[in-house]
Design a binder for this molecule. Sequence first.
Ligand code: GCW
Length: 651
Amino acid sequence: MMRDTAWLSKKVHDSPYTSYYIEDTDELTVTLLREMAKLFPQCERSNQEDSSLQFKLVEIEALGKEGFEILHMDGKIIVQANTTNGLLYGMFQLHQDLVTKNELKPVFRSVPDQAVRMLNHWDNFDGSVERGYAGDSLFYDNNQFRKNYDTIREYARLLKAIGINALTINNVNVHKEETFFITQPYLSEVKAIAEIFKEYGLTLYLSINFAAPISVGGLTTADPLDEDVNKFWADAANEIYAEIPYFGGFVVKADSEGEPGPFVYDRNHDDGANMLARALQPHGGIVIWRCFVYNHLQDWRDRSIDRARAAYDNFMPLDGNFDDNVILQIKNGPIDFQVREPVSPLFGGLTKTNHVLEFQVAQEYTGQQKHVCYLMPMWKDVLDFDTKHHKENATVKELLPKNSPNIQRSGISAVVNVGIDNNWTGHKLAQVNLYGYGKLIWNNAITSEEVLDQWLDLTFDLTPKGKEILTEIIATSYQTYENYTAPLGIGFMVRPNHHYGPDIDGYEYDRWGTYHFADRNGIGVNRTLKDGTGYARQYADARFEEYENIETCPDDIVLFFHHLPYTHVLHSGKTVVQHIYDTHFEGYEKVEEYVKVWEQLKDEVDEASYNNVRERLAEQKRCALEWRDQINTYFYRKSGIADEHKRQIYG
Ligand code: GCW
C-alpha cells in the first residue's frame, strides 16, 4: 500500500525545468536520479551542462559537508554543494519550494545549524514500540525483521527530505533478544536496513545493552575496567564493522530505570562510556551516552531526594573526562518530557564534553497522538532559552556546538513518533511534529508559524478559509493541551505506567520521584536553595536568582520551583487556584471548538485524514473533559475556594 507521505507524494509537473544535468559521482547520485524521476517526472536527465536545472559539485568551504545553495538566475536553477549528499538535501528543498510555489531567491544558502540530527526508535523486536502511538514497529514483527524494505526506503527518503542524518532502530531499553543484535545472524539483518538508510546518506546506530558481556559473551561481569569485558566490546565492534563498515556506533541507556550500567561495579559513567568508545574508536564509531540517570526507587517520605537534580549531579562532575568519540545525550528538561519544564541546567553547564539535546517527538506525555499537540513552540522555547552563562550568545542552540569540544559531535536527537500506521504517525496532524523537528534542527531560526505553513501546503490542498481553520487548531494546540493538563509547570498527574489521562495523585506516593505535594494550603515543589532541594542553584547565577525568587520566577514554571498557597497571586494577577480553574475551562472549550470547526474541512481534506482527525478529536474532547473536571474538583476539594465565575465544579 502506498504510504501517506504527504509532502513527498506531490510531484512537480508544471515547472519550466524540463531537463537537468548532473555528473555521476558516487552512489548517492543513484538516489538523486531516482528521486528526480519520482518528484520531477517531467524533467529528464540531459548531458547538456547548461540545462535549465543543474546539480553541481563545488568547493565552497562555508557549505561544509551537508550544506547546499540553490541559485536562481536567468531562468536557470543551479543546486550546488560540496558533496552529493548536500545536493540531495538541496534537491528535496527545491522540490518543496516548487510544489509549494515558494518564490525562489537568486541565492539561497542552507547549512545545518546542528551537526548531529538524529532520531531514536524505541522499537522492540516483538514488534511493539515503547511509547509508540502509531501502530507497531516499522522494522520488526513478532521477533523477526519485517524485511519490508520498500517501506523502509520510503521512510529513509522522508527523513532525508526533512534533514535528518542519523538514527537508531531499537529501543534504548534493550531487551533479551535485542541484546544479540550486535552479533550474527542479526547483524546481517541490521545491515540490510543500514544499507537502505545509507542510500540516503543516513547513518545507523544501535542501542546496546551494557550487560551484553554477560548475556552475549558468557562472562561473569560487565565491569568496564575488566580486561575481558574490554576485549568483548572490542571484538563485538570488529565484528560489526566487518559487516557494516559505515556503522555509526552505540546509544546507551545505563544505570537508568533498571538498566544495567557501571554503577553496578562501583564505576562511573565516564568509565563505562570511555570503555565503549575505545572499542569503537579504531572504526570511527561513536558512543552516545544518555544522561537520563536518576533514582527510580525513591522513598516518597524522603524529601531530600529530588529527581530533577539527578542528571546534573551525576554528569557535571565528570565534565571533561569523556573521550572525543563520546557524546552525552541530555533530555530537554530535568524530569521527563513534560508539556512544560524548565530547561536542563546541563546546557551551558557542560563545557568540556560533546553533547546532544534529546527531544521527544513521540507524544508520551502530550496526548499520545490522540490529542493534537504541536510541539514546535515548546522546542523553540528550549533552543532559544538563554542560559545566561555569558552576557551574550548563551542560548541553548548556540551552546550545543560551542560547548562541545568537537562540533561535529554535537547536535540534537529525539524519540520519534512513527510506526507502521499508513500515515506514519497515527494522528495525521502529528506528522507536523516530525516534519517540524527535522526542519527546526537543521535551521534553528525557522519559526513555528513557518513550519506549520509549509507543512499544510505540502500536505493538503486547502482553501484560504480551510487553511485558516487548520492553522488555528494546530497553532493553539500546545497551549490548549497545557491548559487542561498539569498546571504551572508541575508536570505528571497522569495515569501511572501508560501515562495517558488524568490521575492527579497517580505518582504522588510512588517511587518514581515525580511529586506535586498538594495539600489543603497549596501546591508545588520547593526547589530553592534557601529551604528547598537546591535544584535552582544548578543554573547560571542570573537564572538561579530569577528562579529562586518568587517575585521573578516565571508563572509557567513557578510550581516547579516553589510550593505556593492557592491564594498566591501570580504575575498574571490571578491566584494559583483561579488560574487552575480558568485554564482548565479554557482548555476544554478550545477542544470543543476544534471538534466543531474540523467539520468544516470535510470537503477539503482527503477522507482518510478527515475521519482520522475527527475520531481523534472526539477522544481528545472526552479526555480533556476528564482532565478539566478531575483537576478542578481536586483543587476545589483541597482548597475549599470557589470559582470566581461560579462555573460548574463538581464537589
Ligand atoms: O519517558 C520515560 C519513558 C520510558 C523511557 C524512558 C527513557 C525508554 O516513560 O518509557 O524508556 O523515559 O527515556 O529512557
